[in-house]
Design a protein around this ligand. Sequence first.
Ligand SMILES: Cc1cc2nc3c(=O)[nH]c(=O)nc-3n(C[C@H](O)[C@H](O)[C@H](O)COP(=O)(O)O)c2cc1C
Length: 155
Amino acid sequence: MSTLLHIDASPRGERSVSRQLTHDFASAWKQAHPDGVFGVPMHNFSVPAPFKAYIDQVVRVGRTFAVDESGYKGLLHGKSATVITSSGGAYRSGSPFAPYNYQEPWIRAVLGLIGVTEVEFVVADGLSEVEFSKRDREQYLKPIREQVQRAALAA
Ligand SMILES: Cc1cc2nc3c(=O)[nH]c(=O)nc-3n(C[C@H](O)[C@H](O)[C@H](O)COP(=O)(O)O)c2cc1C
């Protein structure tokens, strides 16, 4: 029987968007079998400290990655992951805020380092408008929750 690695990095409990979306993912996962789902809010343009601490436990030379003169080699094979990110602002490519996004590129780099190259991102950004009640949370999340369902079933 397959198991799902389910990591939530948001400290915001029931108010958390990324926790709500990983919960959606885990429910849909019962019909599929990807290897991992990560809910990772943006904190100061990067990831929350507990998520960094988790990664620091997982990334180990000789165990999850190797290195030689030709570069890094991931030692995990055939693993896939879905990463659900949330942020108050929006950092999409082409926007003036894009250069501040150290979240998605860093997550791609560390997962790729250990060999998890099949990674799908679901991005819940611009959430400050929801937080400050300028947009209705459920209305805003509807298309993103649909994307989470598709990601869980396709993985
Ligand atoms: C300590 C802290 C740092 C944050 N830093 C950023 C940031 O750099 N950029 C941003 O767009 N949002 C930032 N935010 C806002 C969160 O990314 C946003 O509220 C997100 O919805 C939180 O995810 P969650 O709902 O899953 O908890 C920060 C929030 C906290 C608590």
